[in-house]
Every structure is written in structure tokens, then in C-alpha cells.
Design a protein around this ligand. Structure first.
Ligand code: NAI
Length: 333
């Protein structure tokens, strides 16, 4: 059976890494057919076009998308399309496996953890207003429903993957009601998984513990904002944003995307590293049941990194995006 996947190239380096990842996935023998749909252009966004209905409709119909990064203006302008897409499609779980890639220099070895981030609420609800000039209020929304749902997702994932520990990350010592509700919801779910060790770690301590010894963690379960911050910290433990993939999952729709942004400093130069989007593509192939193709790409990717001859500048090489992609394709044959 051929799977139709919506391909959203995105902004900045997005089209460069999306087309490189697509070429590699096509060469892997996976039965994928692509439906390429663009997000609104910057000009359209300035005129109030936020999320194209045809973009959301395409992902809903195909149930799976591979997405490049999309720019969001800082401190002004329309809301984030990325956040809008996650909300419109009810993609409540963000999953980011963080693992060393052979040959990629990093400060730590043996890192193999997974971040599970709640994706729909918290301070990302976008509910902000000016109370009086000079004073703004930003609402942090935490619900029992969303906290229980993400906790169930994390423990089920841990059980299926044979992981032995889940750590809930919080700041309930200060935000006693909101993070407190998150924790009490997670505790109730944790009780159904006695074989999995359950820990609670305050977010600032969790950051220090990750930097001291990341191998002490297996699955980290976080509300939205801490999840966003800590997942970039975790990417830094294994070589940076260019080498970590991610999935946004709902009950029957999934959007796979890299954790990095549009990298305006290198956009258009043809030197972006497509590895992160490719790792997201591997997660996508696993999700679609194309496990053989996923393993072929993974082995070829590891071989190219181990050889170290054809890497992009961010990981110490001098190859272009497409030279790297062709090296991975060559390593598959
Ligand atoms: P960024 O991830 O775009 O860039 C940070 C640094 O990492 C830059 O030096 C960049 O060159 C480098 N980098 C990132 N991806 C790379 C790759 N694949 N290969 C080589 N180097 C890479 O983060 P920044 O500058 O904070 O954000 C830029 C824009 O991206 C913003 O508009 C932001 O809102 C958006 N963004 C979108 C995301 C998404 O669509 N999911 C996620 C994060 C940011």
C-alpha cells in the first residue's frame, strides 16, 4: 500500500532540507507518495492569512505530514503557524528522541532519552493582554484532561519501548495550582504502570541533572513551555539542533518535523544539515509501518557520519545539503 504524505517545505532552510530528506526517503524504497503543500507566504501572513485551510485539510486527509520549519516573528505579528497547526489538528504529544549519532562530536556519550512534551496548552495558549499600560498578563492554562492524556501517552510509549523510567518535570513548588494539577494528574496515571520507575524533578534541577549526567534519564514528561526549553537543551547534549528529529502526534494524525528553526543566517546557501528532518522522516516511516526503509536510512546515515567525509559545516564538514543527501543515498545501495 502506498502512503500519501503531505510535505510542507516551510521557510528559510526548510525547502532545502525538505527536498534533501524527500530524495533520501524516495531512494529508500518506502512506498510514499508526496502531496506538497505550502504554508501561507510571508506576504499572505502579513495580510492576515494565518493557516491555509487547504494545508490543514491535506494533513487531515492524509493523516501524516513531514514539515520543514516555519518562521514566527518575535514579539509582534501574527501567531505561530507551527502552534496553530498543532492546535488545529489536536497534535497533543510532542516526541523527541535524543540519542548520540556515531561520529558527531558532543560532550556526552551514551545519551538515549526521549522528551515527551504536552503540545496544546500551558503558556502557549497565546492568551495575553495588557492590563494597564506597562503591565501585561499571560495566562498559563493547565487542565486535568490534557495532563492525563499526555501522561498516558508517555507511560504507554515507555511500556511499548521497554523503557524503565519516566520523570515528570515541573515547578509545582512555586506554581502550586497549575503545575500541581499537572503532577497530580501524572501521579494517577503512573500508578497504572508499576513496572516503570516514576520520578519527579523540579525543572531547574532537571536542567542541571541533564548537564551533569544525561544518562540518568530515559523518558522526560513535561508541560509545554518547559518541554520546549528542555528539548533544545537535550539536543545540545548530542550535537545540536541539526541532529535531532521530532514528531507531533494526535490520536490519528501525525506531523513529523525537525526541532530547529528556519536558520535565516544560512538560508539559501545550500549548506543546511538535513539530518534532523531525516531523523523525523525515520520516525515517520516507523509510524507508517515502513520499518525496513527506516532501518536502511538509519544505517546509511550512521555510515556517512562514521566515515565523516561528507558532512555539512554545522557538524565540522564542508559538504552541501545535497552532497550529503547523495552520500546517504549512495550508502543505501
Ligand atoms: P534556528 O534553529 O533557526 O537557528 C539557530 C542556529 O542553529 C542558527 O545558527 C542556525 O544556522 C543553526 N541551525 C538550525 N538548523 C540548522 C540546520 N538544519 N543545519 C545547520 N545549522 C542549523 O533558531 P532561531 O534562529 O531561534 O529561529 C529562526 C526562526 O525559526 C524563527 O522565526 C522561529 O520562530 C522559527 N522556528 C520554527 C520552528 C518550527 O517550525 N518548528 C522551531 C524553532 C524555530
Amino acid at each position: 500500500m502506498r502512503h500519501t504524505v503531505t510535505l510542507i517545505p516551510g521557510d528559510g532552510i526548510g525547502p532545502e532540507v525538505a527536498h534533501a530528506a524527500r530524495a533520501i526517503i524516495d531512494a529508500s524504497g518506502a512506498a510514499i507518495q508526496w502531496e506538497e503543500v505550502n504554508a501561507p507566504s510571508e506576504a499572505e501572513r502579513r495580510h492576515g492569512e494565518f493557516l491555509h485551510a487547504r494545508l490543514v485539510e491535506s494533513v487531515r486527509r492524509n493523516r501524516v505530514a513531514l514539515k520543514g520549519p516555519i518562521a514566527t516573528p518575535i514579539a509582534t505579528g501574527p501567531p505561530s503557524i507551527n502552534v496553530g497547526l498543532r492546535k488545529a489538528l489536536e497534535l497533543y504529544a510532542n516526541l523527541r528522541p535524543v540519542k548520540n549519532l556515531p561520529g558527531v562530536k558532543s560532550r556526552y556519550e551514551g545519551v538515549d532519552l526521549v522528551i515527551v512534551r504536552e503540545n496544546t496548552e500551558d503558556l502557549y495558549s497565546g492568551l495575553e493582554h495588557t492590563v494597564v499600560p506597562g503591565v501585561v498578563e499571560s495566562l498559563k492554562i493547565i487542565t486535568e484532561k490534557a495532563s492525563t492524556r499526555i501522561a498516558r501517552f508517555a507511560f504507554e510509549y515507555a511500556r511499548k519501548q521497554g523503557r524503565r523510567q519516566v520523570a515528570a518535570i515541573h515547578k509545582a513548588n512555586i506554581m502550586k495550582l497549575s503545575d500541581g494539577l499537572f503532577l497530580t494528574s501524572v501521579r494517577k496515571v503512573a500508578a497504572d504502570y508499576p513496572e516503570i520507575r516514576y520520578r519527579e524533578v523540579i525543572v531547574d534541577n532537571a536542567c542541571m541533572q541533564l548537564v551533569l549526567d544525561p544518562t540518568q534519564f530515559e523518558v522526560l514528561l513535561l508541560p509545554n513551555l518547559y518541554g520546549d526549553v528542555v528539548s533544545d537543551l537535550a539536543a545540545g547534549l548530542v550535537g545540536g539542533l541539526g541532529v535531532v528529529g521530532s514528531a507531533n502526534l494526535g490520536d490519528d494524525v501525525a506531523v513529523f518535523e525537525a526541532v530547529h528553526g528556519t536558520a535565516p543566517d544560512i538560508a539559501g546557501k545550500g549548506i543546511a544539515n538535513p539530518t534532523a528532518l531525516l531523523l523525523s522522516g525515520i520516525l515517520m516511516l516507523e509510524y507508517l509501518g515502513e520499518v525496513e526503509a527506516a532501518r536502511r536510512i538509519e544505517q546509511a546515515l550512521h555510515a556517512v557520519y562514521r566515515q565523516g567525509q561528507c558532512l555539512t559545516p554545522d557538524v565540522g564538514g564542508s559538504a552541501s545539503t545535497m552532497e550529503f543527501a547523495h552520500a546517504v543515498i549512495a550508502a543505501m545501495s
